[in-house]
Design a protein around this ligand. Sequence first.
Ligand SMILES: Nc1ncnc2c1ncn2[C@@H]1O[C@H](COP(=O)(O)OP(=O)(O)OP(=O)(O)O)[C@@H](O)[C@H]1O
Length: 497
Amino acid sequence: MNRRPAILVVDDEPRSVEVIARVLDEEFDVFTALNADEARRILENEWIQVIFCDQRMPHTSGVALLTEVRERWPDILRIIVTGYTEPQDMIGAINEAGIYQFIPKPWHPDQLLLAARNAAHLFQLQRDHERLNLEMKLTAVTAEARLGAQQARVKQNFHFDTLIRAPGSALSAVCLRAAQVATFDVPVLVHGETGTGKELLARAIHYSSLRSDRPFFAVNCGAIPDELLESELFGHKKGSFTGAHVTRIGLLDQADGGTIFLDEIGDVSPAFQVKLLRFLQEGEIRPVGSNESKRVNVRVLAATHRDLYGEVGRGRFREDLYYRLCAMVLTLPALRERRPDIPVLAQSILDALSAHHGKRVKGFTEEALACMQAYDWPGNVRELQNEITRMLVLAERDTLSADLLSPHVVRAAAAETRAVETRASEAGASQAISLPDGGPLKERVERMEATILTETLVRCRWNKSRAAEELGLSRVGLRAKLDRYGISRGGAFSKSH
Ligand SMILES: Nc1ncnc2c1ncn2[C@@H]1O[C@H](COP(=O)(O)OP(=O)(O)OP(=O)(O)O)[C@@H](O)[C@H]1O
């Protein structure tokens, strides 16, 4: 139920209070008080919106009471009813008590009603205004919190931890250096074969930098013809060339305050190198077809699979541009240079893919992992992702086995196994001859044991169950010995044998 606005009438004359109340009673809930104490009690207990107060009262003047109301209940609209209308009095009262309106005696009922209506309306407007203000603030706070959470999620998605690697991997050293350079506002050149994670690393640098709340854009310079690349980066004015139907804001402008990642920078033409150099020197962009330049603040991260320094030597890449692009060069190792990362990387890719496609697959057989570790992966992590996607599609059990691998991966793994076999048998033969040569018996027996273990594993194609059976060991027992001697796939034992 909608309550009517509440009005308090204060006058020491009971008759006046009664008459005023009768006039207002039609439209308002009217409360009455014959002195300041009664008025205070009502104000403390009721939600009064407008107060009508007589100026002349025995103990407290109307202005004094309304001054107190102004301090304690500032929202209430204050109206004074008075027989004294000296301008000086009015100005003083307005200043002191913040009077909304004077009603001179004798008043007319319509005048009283009109004043009450206007005051009640103003009270409502003030309330609405406050509520809207509050709502706007709350919306802003919520939006900010949402944006903050979103940014935090993005940052989390592109942190250095998203570059999956095994402990002690060569990739860890690169990530460490990248994390160090991230907060220095300098250009970085990322070098690495295709699919090694150059863009992933660039994103991690951006989202770990002071620019992380600003945009990150990636542009594949090798895939776009010169003219399009120029308009992509610098923008163009409508009508500046055939097909420029609308004005386009360049990515460098859109990325202002943030980072741009120029992938395959080694593939850009000499003409475009000049344009890029000008931007890096002057920090200004000029859209195609425009006469006006604009200053922008963008950090440039670039990447290439080429030997860019070599390209400088061969005269294919500008030396001055090279030095503008690389305050630091980070080189990502190829996957074949970090084979111990493959099992953990493969598992992480599989987890993501099986969650994405809703197909529950637990992991890989040891044989499948051994094949994957033996293969060279020229397409690096991207090729590994494709291979695992293919295996997942074909999988009929909850573990991916080697027979699901592409034939070229299995073939390469078999060739590698034969090579290891040959190396191991040669090493085994030479070790067998050298074993009796000196040293404590315990050590010589251990060397012999490590050699037998390696030979058996190679023969069993690193199938540990089969090797354990052949050696008369449990799988756990075999694993303990392998750990003890540091024997792993890849041939060498890491212990000082
Ligand atoms: N260490 C890693 N951990 C997890 N995923 C990785 C890793 N390295 C690369 N990837 C994934 O491999 C794919 C290729 O990575 P990315 O595009 O960053 O490589 P790139 O070197 O920039 O390749 P290109 O030179 O072909 O553009 C992406 O899906 C990326 O998420």
